[in-house]
Design a protein around this ligand. Structure first.
Ligand code: FS2
Ligand code: SF4
Length: 540
C-alpha cells in the first residue's frame, strides 16, 4: 500500500505497511481501485456530456459517494468497497452503451473485472505511485484530494435534495483529466479550477443547509448531560440528524451532537427539538474515551471514525459514506428515509451518558449572523478595539504538535478575534477567551465547509472598508489541516485570492518540493513556526 493523503501519514512521507489511521493494506488497495474505476466512469460521463447527453442524478451521486468513502477515516469496510466497485462497473457498462462513439475510451474506462484476486492484482498497479514523475503525481493527487473534499460537501447537499450539474460535471471531468498526460502548467490550472469548484460546492451546501434548516444564529450549546438514555451523533450530515430527531421525538431518548455535528445546534430548524440536549465531547480523535463514557449508541454519519475498542464497538452504527467492519450500517440514500428504529431501541437499553463536562459554549457565527452584527464589528475595528481577525479553521487531530493551536490562541493579543470553522475549534473553543465589546473572541461559523461563511464575511468586510484586495484586510490565516476536506477549503481560499496562508501542523506530504515552491512563490503559503515567532510575524 501507499497512502499519503492525510496529515498523519507515516513519517510525513507515506503509510506503506498500515495506515496510521488504522486502514489495512487490503482496504488501502481496494480504495485505490475504487478511485481508479471512478476515474473510468468519469471519463465515460465526461464523453457523454460532450455528446450532449444528460447524466442522471443517481449516476452523479454514485461517483460522488465513491470518492467520499475513500476520505480519511470514513470507511474501513473492505466489502463495501468491493460492492461499490461492482456497482460502478455496472453503471459504467450501461453508460458506455449510451455513447455514440466509444472508440476513444481509454483502458481506464474499459477496465472491467469482478474476480477479487484479479481486482487486487490490478489495485497494486493503479495507486498513487503509478505516476512516476513526482511533480505530476503531486499535482494529480492534490487535485484528487481536493475532489474528495468536494465530493463530501456535494454529498451533504445532495442528501438535502440540492444538486449542481456544474459541480458534478467538473468533478468528473477533473477526475478524468488526472488520467491524462497533462503538462505541469495544465495541472496547476486544474488545481486552481478545483478550488473554484470548491467555492461553488461549499456555496451549494451553504444554500442546502440554510435553505433547509434556517440561518445559524448565536446559540449557547449545553455541554452537560441529562438523565435519559441517549444517542450520540457524529460526522457532518445534518439530514441524518434531522431524521434522527424526528424519529426520537417523544420516545424518551435524547440526542447529543459530537465533534463536527456541534454546529447543528446553531440551526433554528434543528435546535427547536426538545430532545437535542447539546454537545458531548470534543474533536474526533478523543472518541475512544468519550464514546466509552457516553454509554449509549453512537451514529457515525461521515468521517472521522477511529477504529473502535471492543468495549463499545457494538454501540457504533454507521450510515452514508461511513463504515466499519462489524458495525451495523443504516442504509438510505438521497430521497429516501432512513430507519433509525434499531439504534433508538438500542439506546433505551443503555445507561444515560456519564457527564464529562459542564457549562455552555457559544457559536452560530455563520455569515448571516455575523453580517447582522456588521455595524458593531466595523465600529470595533475603527476604534482599534479589534485589531486583527485570525482565521483558524480546519481540522483537529491527535498529534502532540497541534497543542501549538491552543498555545497560539492563548497567546493572541486581546484585540484579536478568532474566526473558526471545522473541528479545529476544539483546540481553543473552551478556553474562555472573553469578548470585545460583547463580540466573543472565538466566532464559530460551523463545520469545515462553513469556511465558506468565513470567506463571505471577509469579502463583505472588504466591501465595507472599500478595499481593493482581500489581503488588505486586518485578517490572517493560520489553518490546521488533517484530511481532504481541508484540501478543498485551502484550494477554494487560493482561488478567492487569499495569500500568505499558514498551514500546519505540517505541510502535506503529497506536495513535491517543486509544487510546494509554486505554492510558496505564487500564494505565500507557509508552514507554522513557534507560537512566539508566529505571533511576532502576524502582529508586528
Ligand atoms: Fe474534523 Fe474529521 Fe470536518 Fe475533517 S471531524 S478532521 O472530517 O471534515 O474537519
Ligand atoms: Fe496513512 Fe492518512 Fe492514508 Fe490513513 S489516510 S493510510 S493515516 S496517509
Amino acid at each position: 500500500m501507499f497512502c499519503y493523503q492525510c496529515q498523519e501519514t507515516a513519517g510525513c512521507t507515506g503509510c506503506t505497511v498500515k495506515g496510521v489511521c488504522g486502514k489495512t493494506p487490503e482496504v488501502a488497495r481496494i480504495q485505490d481501485l475504487l478511485v481508479y474505476v471512478t476515474k473510468g466512469i468519469s471519463e465515460v460521463t465526461t464523453k457523454l456530456r460532450a455528446e450532449g447527453k444528460t447524466i442522471s442524478k443517481e449516476d452523479n451521486h454514485l461517483i460522488t459517494l465513491n470518492l467520499f468513502t475513500t476520505i480519511t477515516n470514513a470507511n474501513f469496510d473492505f466489502d463495501v468497497f468491493v460492492q461499490r466497485i461492482y456497482n460502478t462497473l455496472d453503471a459504467k457498462k450501461r453508460l458506455i452503451a449510451q455513447l455514440d462513439d466509444a472508440s476513444s475510451l481509454s483502458p481506464v474506462a474499459l477496465w472491467d473485472e469482478r474476480d477479487v484476486n484479479v481486482m487486487d492484482e490490478k489495485a497494486r498497479t493503479v495507486g498513487v505511485l503509478a505516476t512516476e514523475n513526482e511533480d505530476i503525481r503531486s499535482l494529480r493527487e492534490l487535485t484528487i484530494y481536493g475532489l474528495k473534499g468536494l465530493s463530501a460537501y456535494s454529498k451533504h447537499a445532495n442528501m438535502l435534495d440540492y444538486d449542481s450539474e456544474e459541480v458534478d460535471a467538473f468533478l468528473q471531468e477533473a477526475l478524468y483529466k488526472t488520467t491524462q498526460a497533462l503538462s505541469v502548467d495544465e495541472l496547476i490550472a486544474l488545481v486552481l479550477a478545483t478550488g473554484e469548484a470548491g467555492v461553488k460546492g461549499m456555496a451549494l451546501l451553504d444554500s442546502a443547509n440554510t435553505g433547509t434548516f434556517g440561518n445559524p444564529e448565536i446559540t449557547e450549546v449545553n455541554l452537560g448531560v441529562r438523565n435519559n438514555p441517549a444517542i450520540l451523533i457524529s460526522g457532518h450530515d445534518l439530514s441524518d440528524l434531522k431524521e434522527l430527531l424526528e424519529q426520537t421525538k417523544g420516545t424518551g431518548v435524547d440526542v447529543y451532537t459530537h465533534s463536527e455535528m456541534l454546529p447543528a445546534n446553531y440551526y433554528p430548524e434543528l435546535k427547536k427539538y426538545g430532545n437535542l440536549v447539546g454537545n458531548y465531547g470534543n474533536a474526533w480523535w478523543k472518541q475512544k474515551e468519550e464514546f466509552e463514557s457516553f454509554n449509549g449508541p453512537i451514529l457515525m454519519t461521515t468521517n472521522c471514525i477511529v477504529p473502535p475498542k471492543d468495549s463499545y464497538k457494538d454501540r457504533i452504527y454507521t450510515t452514508g459514506s461511513a463504515g466499519f467492519p462489524g458495525c451495523k450500517h443504516i442504509p438510505g440514500e438521497a430521497g429516501s428515509t432512513k430507519d433509525f428504529t434499531e439504534i433508538i431501541e438500542h439506546a433505551k437499553k443503555c445507561a444515560s451518558p456519564t457527564q464529562i463536562e459542564e457549562g455552555t459554549i457559544v457559536g452560530g457565527f455563520a455569515h448571516n449572523q455575523v453580517l447582522a452584527l456588521a455595524d458593531q464589528i466595523v465600529e470595533a475595528v475603527k476604534t482599534g478595539a479589534i485589531k486583527k481577525f485570525v482565521v483558524m479553521a480546519g481540522c483537529d487531530g491527535r498529534q502532540k504538535g497541534r497543542n501549538y493551536y491552543t498555545d497560539f490562541a492563548k497567546a493572541l493579543p486581546k484585540e484579536a478575534v478568532i474566526l473558526t470553522a471545522g473541528c479545529a475549534k476544539y483546540k481553543y473553543n473552551k478556553l474562555n477567551l472573553g469578548d470585545i465589546n460583547g463580540i466573543p473572541r472565538v466566532l464559530d461559523a460551523g463545520q469545515c465547509n462553513d469556511s465558506y461563511s468565513l470567506a463571505v464575511i471577509a469579502m463583505k468586510l472588504q466591501e465595507v472598508f472599500g478595499l481593493e484586495d482581500i489581503n488588505d484586510l486586518p485578517l490572517v490565516f493560520n489553518i490546521a489541516w488533517y484530511e481532504q476536506k481541508a484540501v478543498i477549503v485551502l484550494l477554494a481560499l487560493l482561488f478567492l485570492g487569499v495569500k500568505n496562508i499558514h498551514l500546519g501542523p505540517t505541510l502535506p506530504a503529497f506536495l513535491s518540493p517543486n509544487v510546494a515552491k509554486v505554492l510558496v512563490e505564487n500564494f505565500g503559503i507557509a508552514g507554522i513556526g513557534t507560537v512566539e515567532d508566529d505571533i511576532e510575524l502576524f502582529f508586528s
